[in-house]
Design a protein around this ligand. Structure first.
Ligand code: SAM
Length: 229
């Protein structure tokens, strides 16, 4: 799906159609329960709208209906120790709130590599963060996707992937893949809305640590870090 302000688009899913032409922006809920039209619209797609459209298109991959808040993004970035050499890899950057926090934390743009699945988000990220490498591809195949882009050892891997939509073996394989590319003390950083570790680590030699719940985020979330044991 392509949905930017210059191009007309039409998006249909189950009971909802969202469309835009030169003269009209329209949301229809079938029934018709609602048929909402704006003539000659001047609608800018803000990040919340981009996210909702992405979620409607692919709820399991997008995994959230709005971008992460500033407090959560900052907590993710603060888990990165800039003194550890190597690149910082971000998985599932979306519209870039965590990317922005990583740059504000002091990660140089040329040290940052983003892996994102959604081509519309990739285009936006390239425009928004010049100098940062953006790879359109599958973050669950991290080392393959990064071939020719960056080699380890990495400083940190920072992930906002919606792990709860994937089976445990996929999450464990992702963590193992990341730890194999990371420096000895480099963290794999992951947020979750859930009450427990988003990656099962029981019985494994991995140092896992859950941070405080960030109540200001909607929904409230917690940042976990994982290091090789
Ligand atoms: C919960 S959103 C987080 C977005 C952003 N980092 C934030 O915190 O607001 C998950 C992001 O992961 C991306 N994603 C999901 N599966 C992916 C995959 N296999 N490879 C790369 N990106 C993926 C989605 O497109 C979406 O942008």
């Amino acid at each position: 799906m392509s949905a930017n302000r210059e191009k007309p688009f039409r998006f249909e899913k189950a009971d909802i159609t969202v469309s835009r032409t030169k003269d009209e922006f329209r949301v229809q809920l079938r029934g018709p329960v609602i048929d909402f039209k704006l003539k000659k619209p001047d609608i800018k797609l803000d990040d919340d709208t981009r996210f909702i459209l992405s979620w409607l298109n692919s709820p399991l991959k997008t995994g959230a209906v709005s971008p992460s808040g500033k407090d959560l993004a900052r907590a993710m970035a603060e888990a990165v120790d800039l003194a550890i050499p190597g690149d910082v890899v971000e998985l599932g950057p979306g519209t870039g709130p965590v990317t922005e926090a990583l740059l504000a934390h002091g990660v140089a743009p040329e040290r940052l590599v983003l892996i994102e699945y959604n081509p519309d988000f990739c285009k936006l990220l390239r425009e928004r963060f010049p100098g940062v490498r953006v790879v359109e591809g599958d973050a669950y195949r991290m080392s393959k996707t990064l071939a020719g882009v960056t080699a380890g050892p990495l400083c940190a891997v920072v992930s906002s992937l919606p792990l709860m939509t994937r089976p445990d073996p996929d999450c464990i394989a992702l963590l193992d893949d990341a730890l194999a590319m990371l420096s000895r003390n480099g963290p794999f950083v992951q947020f979750t809305y859930g009450p427990t570790s988003p990656v099962p680590v029981k019985g494994r030699t991995i140092r896992a640590r859950g941070g405080k719940r960030i109540w200001k985020n909607l929904p409230p979330a917690r940042v976990w870090t994982y290091r090789a044991g």
